[in-house]
Design a protein around this ligand. Structure first.
Ligand SMILES: [Zn+2]
Length: 571
């Protein structure tokens, strides 16, 4: 592509609302323009990157045996009422009426549409399994769209839905899609982790997220440094302590005037925070419970709610704490509670001996406290949030480290969550009518573009990996008034194009400095600079966007050499 003939409106400054690098560089590099909050136009460069992502996804989904379809963006409300999500989905669902007053939505996902399709056309076990996917525009009416493509309202997604005769077959497909996703994100040149995830709004019982690791990510995760275990912080499990400590002290009361916080009590008593135990009072479906975790740990309310099998879990108010403990906040403990409530004790506390707790009295703590000797917990469990440095529960040697990530894909095993209410049934080999087992598998196409930039940029602009770069090579014609420079530039552009390389030919009437700056900003992986002095010597200069070395290469060999290097980095 000749740069003079396309639209690449680069800017010196990004709009003030652009905070993350992907947003800044996509606007400055002329990839993207805002139309409304969270709604963007893709310019030629941006659209080329989207198409490259889509091509990789299509190739891998087709190779996995899935079939592409294209479902409508506008969906009648009846389908959503049937699945129950019309009432459940909330304000993110963009609802509207047509001219006849009928209710419609713009699809944020397509479980309902695909279920309606399959139930009318699939009757027999002989037609299963089936995996149907589409690449399409979705809309979610985010309250605060931000960070450009990372959390927009309109976005492009690949969504796939599979249907199976039984759970075993659905699980087989889940694993296949998991592997397919690994291939897709690897081919995109992304550093990512597959993470055990919560099933959230979609429902179902098993789910993994694919997270691109980057400091600007919205999601907090932990990942093992020795095995492939990774999980969202809400879900993550650490290895419980192996050997319980032995009790050697008697429980005794010590004054701690005015010492409320863990840090204060720790330094006042000269006891490390790891030997202090926090007692938190929660209201679990309205009933008070006490939860014990080590002083340096945080209670994980998601795990706790699941363990207690309650729907509502609230930290008790100061007044409720006083009622249960008989003491002001900061002095709660499991020994001698004023009202006997169930005590849930974290596994780390179970293994601890001779620890410090609040005395359920103002300005006092208890030292030398031991489980069983001094109090009897109702249950032991994993109630804390995993932290940096925790031992991995999956392998024997690894430790967990905190990361931030951008979710670019998620796979779900849905079971019969949609097929039952939507009546997606089939006649099994025994002649009985059964609901299909389902899976669904999403990839945020436009979010991959943003995530790739978050992971691959420097202060000057984007540093594309070859598989996603809008162009693989930039040919910079440095002097517009030199016929030899123009002829050589044109020759290399044409030779590379003929070799099937994606080339951006900067033939604009601009200064050399502008062309170098724009090439860095746009982030093309290979840059060939063609200048008067070099051409006179029979050479051009080759530089990688991700390196500093400038190589002089002879003009007759230039195209073949660069083409070979580009092709070696395609995936
Ligand atoms: Zn591990």
């Amino acid at each position: 592509m000749r740069m003079s003939q396309t639209l690449i409106p680069t800017l010196k400054e990004a709009p003030s609302e652009a905070e993350v690098p992907s947003h800044v560089f996509m606007v400055r590099g002329g990839y993207l323009r805002k139309v409304a909050a969270g709604i963007y136009s893709f310019l030629p460069l941006g659209w080329k990157v989207v198409k490259k992502v889509e091509k990789i996804i299509r190739e891998e989904m087709d190779r996995a045996g899935a079939s592409e379809v294209f479902l409508p963006a506008v969906i009648p409300a009846e389908l959503w009422q049937e699945s129950g999500r019309w009432d459940q989905y909330g304000a993110q669902l963009l609802r509207f009426k047509d001219r006849k007053g009928g209710d419609f939505v713009i699809g944020p996902t397509h479980e309902e549409v695909i279920s309606a399709l399959v139930r009318s056309d699939v009757r027999s076990w002989r037609q299963l399994p089936l995996n149907l996917y589409q690449i399409q525009t979705k809309f979610r009416d985010e309250l605060r769209p931000r960070a450009g493509l990372m959390r927009g309202r309109e976005f492009i997604m690949k969504d796939a839905y599979s249907f199976h005769v039984d759970e075993n077959d659905a699980n087989r497909e889940y694993k296949k899609m998991y592997d397919t996703y690994q291939r897709i994100f690897t081919r995109c040149g992304l550093a990512f982790r597959a993470v055990e995830a919560d099933t959230g709004n979609i429902g179902g019982s098993l789910s993994h997220e694919f997270q691109v690791l980057t400091e600007t990510g919205e999601d907090a995760l932990v990942a093992c440094d020795a095995c492939d275990y990774a999980a969202n912080v809400e879900q993550a499990v650490a290895r419980p302590p192996a050997d319980p400590q032995t009790a050697s002290e008697q429980c005794q009361r010590v004054p701690t005037p005015g010492q409320h916080t863990i840090a204060e009590v720790s330094s006042f008593l000269g006891v490390p925070q790891t030997r202090l135990v926090k007692t938190l009072i929660y209201l679990a479906d309205g009933q008070p419970v006490a939860v014990l975790v080590r002083g340096d740990r945080a209670v994980n309310e998601i795990k706790l709610r699941r363990a207690l099998e309650v729907t509502e879990l609230l930290l008790a108010t100061d007044a409720a704490v006083r009622e249960v403990t008989g003491a002001p906040v900061g002095f709660a403990g499991p020994v001698g509670l004023k009202i006997q409530v169930p005590i849930y004790c974290d596994l780390e506390v179970q293994a601890l001996a001779d620890f410090v707790v609040g005395a359920n009295a103002p300005d006092a703590h208890l030292k030398g406290v031991n489980v069983d000797n001094d109090f009897k917990p109702t249950a032991f469990g994993d109630y804390r949030t995993a932290a940096e440095g925790d031992a991995c529960a999956r392998c024997a040697t690894g430790h967990l480290h905190a990361h931030r990530g951008i979710e670019v894909g998620q796979v779900f095993f849905l079971g019969t969550k949609y097929s039952r209410p939507m009546g997606v049934t089939f006649l099994d080999v025994d002649g009985l009518e059964k609901p299909a087992q389902m899976g669904c598998y999403g990839i945020g196409v436009t979010r991959i573009v943003a995530a790739a930039i978050e992971q691959n940029h420097d202060k000057d602009g984007i540093v594309w990996p070859v598989p996603l770069a809008p162009y693989e090579v930039a040919v910079l014609e440095l002097q517009q008034d030199d016929d030899n420079v123009i002829a050589t530039s044109k020759r290399i552009y044409e030779e590379l194009s003929a070799a099937g390389i994606d080339v951006l030919y900067d033939d604009r009437d601009e200064r050399a400095g502008v062309k170098f700056k724009d090439a860095d900003l746009i982030g093309i992986p290979f840059r060939i600079a063609i200048g008067r002095k070099g051409v006179a010597e029979g050479v051009v200069e080759l530089k990688r966007r991700n390196g500093t070395e400038v190589r002089k290469i002879r003009i007759p060999e230039a195209s073949a050499l660069v083409a070979a290097e580009v092709i070696a980095e395609r995936r």
